[in-house]
Write a protein that binds this ligand. Sequence first.
Ligand code: URA
Ligand code: SF4
Length: 487
Amino acid sequence: MEAAVLASETDFDGWRKAARAMRAAGIEPATARFVVAGAASSGQGGLFDGLDPQPARPHAARGAGEFSVPAAFVDLAREVVLHRSTDRFDLLYRLLWRLADEPNLMKVISDRDVADALERAKNVSRASHKMKAFVRFRQVQDDRGEAWVAWFEPPHRVLEKTAPFFQRRFTTMRWSILTPDGSAFWDGETLRLGPPATRDMAPAEDEIEAFWKTYYASTFNPARLKVKTMQGEMAKGYWKNLPEAALIPELVAASQVRTETMVATPAPQPNTRFARAVARDLHVDRPADDAVPDSLTEIARGVQVCRRCPLYRDATQGVCGEGPKSARLMIVGEQPGDQEDLAGRPFVGPAGQVLDAALAEAGIDRSDVYVTNAVKHFKHEPRGKRRLHKTPNAGEVQACRWWLDAERRLIRPKVVVALGATAGLAVLGRKPAVIKERGRLIDLADDSVAVLTVHPSYLLRLPDAAAKAEARAHFIDDLRVVRRHLA
Ligand code: URA
Ligand code: SF4
């Protein structure tokens, strides 16, 4: 029996080094063991307690470089290591061992080890996603003023992986996230990781949280959730007690993610083609063009775990299209804005209001329309406490077209309206000349037609009232062209 001692439960680099050394030394999976230094529950009777982390037979590491594994395996292993199962290192070693003779093994998703690893990676990814949605900070005062502390118990060891999300999301706050596995601290400048914590280190549940719980329990219906109404209904006392008022939409959005994405959606089965693509997207950035989602639910689910471009990183959640499957009209915007990112629904913010009013004036009922965006994650940059919209680049539009195309194949609208140049690029597959081409029917390859027009936020930006009225009338004219074609 050969044992390698790893520095911590999430010591991927240590495992990798030790596993390569063992592989090079020809140590069979059945005789290889990986133990975590000082792990009380490792079942090793404390035999390895106090040992310095070191790979077994370090001398064998010399030959390790000769054996190379697919990048997909390394990425997958990085995720699987975070899984809370005790045999995860053994599973990964078995895969590593087999890869020498079966270089294409990772593509064989019917293989038990591969399927097992993919499933564990998916659980880890889901745990990280849930952490983003469920973490609730409570306010504390310390010698530097206001800070925020959260206690959280993730099902897998995702703290380190997920902490950067909170760093980006709450850049201007000082916060700590305490978990049984370790803690993360952000002081506005540096993200630090610390030792495991216990629940009593975080402030006890306070009134605000109790209020939220009662509120959810009694009135929460995510399908009907309107942030404004909800804020209006909230007791003013609670509202003003939260200095970080932006936190409220955040909580709303988070609970919406929870209700809509996590509870209502059954977990995808690992043997479907789509699940395979999702699993692959977890660790590889390349498109999975062979596994096309065949329902709107699969699209909604897939967008939440999509890694086709980097935009998922800074967004609260993916925002999918919304509307009846039978819609004859699809409207494509650019990308979710700040409010859409928090609410998880397209065109619910200021641009959405302009759009709704214009549609009504053109005689189009929004509830008959499938409304979506060219890009599903909010691209933005921080400006103080605000998040400023940034236009997605051509690469991001191209990456996300995969989802838009899937939506188009499922809805098969008669008319696709593209709002602005980015939407035009996504719909037509080429850079459009919006001003020249707007308001006319453009034939598309799938027998539908596109109509190009301006983006409603362009109307919002026009400074003078007369210009705005004229631009708005022109926008409504374009929508009337659409309505006539649908009639
Ligand atoms: N702008 C868009 O393009 N889409 C939205 O969903 C909101 C604003
Ligand atoms: Fe995927 Fe689109 Fe989000 Fe990029 S923006 S991660 S392509 S869903």
